[in-house]
Design a protein around this ligand. Structure first.
Ligand code: FE2
Length: 256
């Protein structure tokens, strides 16, 4: 089934079928802000043709704006404005040449590692949002980093708004759910990965995603698309009941 038919041929439960227009769920989220489309800088797109394929795909899914977020990790991905913005501009040029109606910008997904606080101190962080104050952060999958508290403090003192990528994927939080509430109380925004709803990463991650949505803890949703295979299963995520329920929350995507 092609991408378009996967999007539109659904019944109200989200199952693929020959449905009538009345049963079509229209994704209200128009700003996609977590992906890896900058070519050759992380484990996402390898070259610009892949980036453009994904840009076209997001436009077909009804997105009006993409803010792509290459990894920044001290040991592996030393990305900064210096290399990311010129590549962003190349993609913008291609978007204009192909007359694709979509805004395109770039920020980053910062790993909270030992070098992160130094980066905060230096400034020049790749931020996003209309206020340019939002910053996407991620954590190691095995353990909470010991400098998380001090990093969040430094960010907030600096006027940044931290957005934690895919909290459902950190199983040390899923096993200790008070931590989600503590993060929210500290002013951290939580971003759900759309594919988590499907059980794409694992069943415990899907269960944590459901918990976060059911307890109204999610502020933003994102695709975390790295390659075309992710894009191809996004329509399934969009029609999943947990994603639909997330869309009933006061999501901030469309204000970015
Ligand atoms: Fe990511």
């Amino acid at each position: 089934m092609g991408l378009f038919s996967k999007i539109f041929n659904r019944n109200k439960n989200g199952d693929a079928q020959n449905s009538s227009p009345a049963s079509v769920f229209v994704n209200p989220v128009k700003v996609e802000f977590h992906s890896h489309l900058i070519p050759g800088v992380d484990d996402g797109c390898e070259h610009i043709e892949q980036s453009m394929e994904l840009v076209r795909g997001f436009a077909a899914l009804g997105m009006q704006k993409i803010i792509t977020t290459p990894h920044v990790m001290s040991d592996f991905y030393k990305n900064s404005r210096d290399n990311v913005y010129p590549l962003r501009d190349e993609i913008r040029k291609r978007i204009a040449e192909e007359n694709i109606t979509i805004e395109f910008d770039a920020a980053a997904e910062y790993m909270v590692d030992d070098a992160f606080e130094q980066k905060i101190e230096e400034g020049n962080l790749l931020t996003f949002g209309k206020d340019n104050k939002h910053i996407l952060i991620e954590l190691p999958f095995m353990t909470e980093p010991r400098n998380l508290g001090s990093s969040l403090f430094s960010l907030q003192i600096g006027g940044y708004i931290p957005v934690l990528a895919h909290p459902e994927r950190y199983l040390y939080y899923a096993n200790e759910k008070d931590k989600y509430h503590e993060l929210k109380d500290r002013g951290v925004l939580l971003q759900l990965n759309m594919l988590s709803c499907l059980g794409y990463y694992s069943k415990p991650v899907a269960e944590a995603a459901a918990y976060l949505v059911n307890n109204k803890l999610i502020d933003l949703v994102g695709s975390d698309t790295h390659h075309i295979r992710h894009l191809h299963i996004l329509p399934d995520a969009i029609h999943h009941k947990i994603y639909r329920k997330a869309c009933e929350l006061e999501l901030l995507n469309n204000y970015l």
